[in-house]
Design a protein around this ligand. Structure first.
Ligand code: GLY
Ligand code: MN
Ligand code: MN
Length: 448
């Protein structure tokens, strides 16, 4: 599926930025494949999703493509992609082909991917360094493939020319680039957020005792797809009643009961960018007393975290603020005991809140980027300061499983409230609020 990437200048600029970094380390050759296709069963494939780094640098969402960058006296960007083939295209759809891809996406040149082995062997000559992604779970064979080209290159010249003798990882530098979103990326993310919010509104309005989790999943998908989102950003979580206390419960066969809370964590992927929203609402349209009490604690925690999401705060400030509000709420409701300081110190909230308050969001739902101050992400480095253009989720929750230690009225209440935030110059913008979070607004939406 060709994605909407009208402004190809941003891809050219990103390649130039990466090549400038490569030159600062002495130059060399970078080899960046897109994601492989995966078989689902027999001759049937999983729906194809490009590699995020590859797409970030090229704008191309086709399979079987490679980006090669040469940074030296004269920079070069070379694309390898599938050649035009009318017979195959009748079955599988149109391809760009090297010629059109080179001119549309601004590569210095492009070649048919069947030339990859022969060309890469030649391109390794005269280069001292190979830049690539050393940790690549989806493509464990990459390093041996590159090693094969280097071996062939050095055997072909028998010591008369330089061949690469240094490997360098591009993951961290690309992650730092991807962490700050440009205007085009933010506009796509706002639109993805808006579509996902519409999906949540639709699912809330379709909910009711007797409906299945999978029926609400269908409402979400309907809304995502009819607005042009190519996919979900992750498998939708639709969890009724006790299932809401399982953090990643996939939408299943369970039936919503009168008196249940329903937790939906779902977001679409639009033109390569994710959104990630969670809402929790009563199946019958009215929060019970204990449900509303815990809901208001989680909502207050989310507001506290959002107030700490600005360039004046470090990454963990929002989590610290949420923990403080959640812990005070648990004390007030009698779910834990002690003073606030003691309860935070001994992590008394942990049986009820066992995840963090957010993560970076971008091309990947759990997007790349260190949470610690650059250049490395060692444990003892300080949390990094937030910067305008970063995008993150804010998603506190409370999950109460049956236990003799807590009043029965709270059992099986699972609540998470998750919004997507763009860090601005002086605060943050919540881009997913087209679906309400206020409990009264949720109740009135469900009455419509
Ligand atoms: N949907 C996964 C998460 O919220 O992080
Ligand atoms: Mn999330
Ligand atoms: Mn989520």
């Amino acid at each position: 599926m060709t994605l909407c990437a009208p402004d190809t200048t941003s891809f050219i600029r990103r390649r130039q930025q990466l090549m400038a970094w490569m030159r600062s380390l002495g130059g060399g050759i970078a080899v960046i494949p897109t994601a492989p296709e995966r078989t689902r069963n027999r001759d049937n494939h999983h729906s194809y999703r490009h590699d995020s780094d590859f797409f970030y640098l090229t704008g191309l969402s086709e399979a079987h493509a490679w980006l090669v960058l040469i940074a030296g006296d004269k920079d070069q960007s070379i694309l390898f992609c599938e050649g035009k083939n009318p017979e195959v295209e009748i079955w599988n759809g149109l391809r760009w082909g090297p010629e059109a891809a080179a001119s549309h996406f601004g590569f210095d040149r492009a070649e048919d991917v069947i030339e990859l082995d022969a060309s890469l062997t030649k391109l390794m000559l005269g280069q001292s360094r190979v830049f690539t992604t050393l940790s690549r779970p989806a493509q464990t064979g990459l390093l041996s493939q590159v090693q094969g080209w280097i071996t062939q290159a050095s055997q072909s010249v028998r010591g008369t020319r330089v061949t690469p003798h240094q490997w360098l990882d591009i993951s961290d530098v690309l992650a730092e680039m991807r962490l700050i979103k440009d205007a085009g990326e933010l506009s796509t993310m706002r639109r993805a957020a808006q579509i996902s919010a519409g999906g949540h509104v639709r699912a809330m309005q379709a909910a009711g005792p007797g409906r299945h989790e999978y029926e609400l999943e269908a409402e979400l998908l309907h809304e995502f797809r009819r607005h042009g989102a190519q996919s979900v950003a992750y498998d939708s979580i639709v969890a009724a009643g006790a299932n809401a206390c399982i953090l990643h419960h996939r939408a299943g066969n369970s039936v919503m009961q009168d008196g249940d809370l329903v937790l939906i964590d779902a977001g679409c992927e639009l033109d390569g960018y994710a959104s990630d929203i969670t809402r929790t609402f009563p199946a019958n349209g009215v929060f019970s007393g204990p449900q509303r009490a815990l809901y208001e604690i989680v909502l207050a925690a989310q507001y506290a975290a959002a107030a700490c999401t600005s360039p004046a705060h470090h990454w963990n400030a929002g989590h610290d603020a949420a923990i403080s509000v959640l812990t005070q709420g648990l004390l007030d409701e009698g779910l834990i005991q002690g003073t606030l300081e003691q309860a935070i110190e001994r992590a008394a909230y942990q049986p009820f809140y066992m995840h963090r308050t957010g993560h970076w969001l971008g091309m990947d739902v759990h997007d790349v980027g260190s949470y610690r101050a650059p250049p490395a992400s060692d444990q003892d480095r300080p949390w990094r300061m937030l910067q305008a253009g970063m995008v993150l989720t804010i998603e506190p929750g409370l999950y109460v499983r049956p236990s003799e230690k807590v009043p029965e009225a709270f059992w099986n209440i699972g609540i998470r409230i998750e919004d997507d935030a763009i860090v601005t110059e002086d605060g943050c913008e919540l881009i997913t609020r087209d679906v309400p979070v206020d409990p009264d607004e949720i109740e009135s939406l469900m009455r419509v």
